[in-house]
Design a protein around this ligand. Structure first.
Ligand code: UT7
Length: 321
């Protein structure tokens, strides 16, 4: 497979750390020093679908693949606007990709890596030729805004890529899951509401994101360096040959710890979390789009992309640009 185009989108409304400190007991100093996040974009007028469509249109325009040539859409999200129809079907309708098969993937913040792995597998079989893959989230609607330890970390956004079966850009891919540890980062679906199960005092209120931040932090700093080492070994690429490591943008301290464990300079780890916080499945493709549009990728460059998050799940790949 080969990436032919990338795109990303953020909501218009920018919320700084100081803005949050106006409405909850937090401070710019706490958020910056613990996470590196300076602001995030929160969807007010936008939806997960509208952000995704904006990112996808940019990726398609750059790719020069026509809408009719698109035969697969894989959207990674945990915050689609509807439970059904899926986000990918909403995108299909919005862009008029009538020849595409469309479905969603739910793998938390690893979602884009899982979408890439899925598209690659389909493209290798020859069943499809041109895929649109993306991560899009409006996590703001899933936050408990009275839980300062979690809500300050997340934001909304979307990132997309058009990938074609022609080319051999993907040199290696690893994925993993550990459902037994899934309770450290969770958000319950709608409560059971049926004719046969009603308990006195039962609440039909929705749940919001609950996270054991310290457990997720430890999981990330142990798992990500291992996943990257494994994928580099699989691809037979020495770590020193990697130009950029595009990590899921959760927390600058996690990125610094991974760089240290891998004995690699922090300059190889570009970031966007200062601007948008943790945008889950949208973070890796949005970061890829940023460095791509800045002209930082040249033919032959080797880059690693790695995601980790709810499930627990993780994924890492090596690409040769
Ligand atoms: O995609 C994966 C998503 N998950 C993550 O990225 C989470 C990874 N984990 C982390 O990034 C860190 O664990 C956090 C940033 C969430 C927390 O950092 P920490 O250094 O582990 O802080 P803490 O939870 O130990 O809290 C330290 C103190 C507590 O006060 P006390 O008990 O020491 O008095 C908290 O109540 O900081 C307090 N605190 C806050 N203070 C101001 C927690 N949240 C805030 C806040 N503002 N927003």
């Amino acid at each position: 497979m080969k990436i032919l185009g990338t795109g990303s989108a953020l909501p218009k409304k920018v919320v700084s750390n100081d803005d949050l400190a106006q409405v909850m007991d937090t401070s710019d100093e706490w958020i910056r020093t613990r996470t590196g996040i300076e602001r995030r974009h929160i969807a007010v007028e936008e939806t997960t679908t509208s952000l995704a469509v904006e990112a996808c249109k940019k990726a398609l325009e750059q790719s020069k693949v026509s809408i009719d040539e698109l035969d697969l859409i894989v959207a990674a999200t945990v915050s689609s606007d509807y439970i059904y129809p899926t986000l990918s079907c909403e995108i299909q309708a919005a862009i008029g990709a009538k020849n595409a098969t469309a479905f969603d993937i739910s793998a938390g913040c690893s979602g884009f890596l899982f979408a890439l792995a899925t598209a690659d597998a389909y493209l290798r079989t020859g069943r499809y030729k041109n895929a649109l893959i993306l991560g899009a989230e409006t996590l703001s609607k899933m936050m408990d805004w009275s839980d300062r330890s979690t809500c300050v970390l997340f934001g909304d956004g979307a990132g997309a890529a058009v990938v074609s079966a022609e080319g051999n850009q993907l040199l290696g891919m690893v994925q993993g899951s550990d459902g037994a540890r899934g309770t450290v980062l969770k958000c319950k679906n709608r409560p059971v509401h049926n004719l046969y199960k009603q308990e006195a005092g039962q609440s039909l209120a929705y749940s919001y994101t609950e996270m054991d931040g310290s457990a997720v932090y430890k999981f990330a700093v142990r798992t990500v360096p291992n996943a990257i080492a494994n994928v580099l070994e699989q691809a037979k690429v020495p770590v020193a040959d990697v130009k950029y490591f595009l990590l899921h943008q959760a927390n600058l301290r996690i990125i610094e710890a991974v760089a240290k464990r891998m004995n690699q300079p922090l300059e190889k780890f570009p970031t966007i979390l200062e601007e948008c916080g943790n945008i889950s499945a949208a973070s890796v493709p949005s970061l890829l789009d940023q460095i791509h549009r800045e002209g930082k990728l040249s033919k032959g460059d080797k880059i690693v992309m790695a995601g980790f998050g709810a499930g627990l799940t993780w994924g890492a790949c090596v690409l040769e640009w």
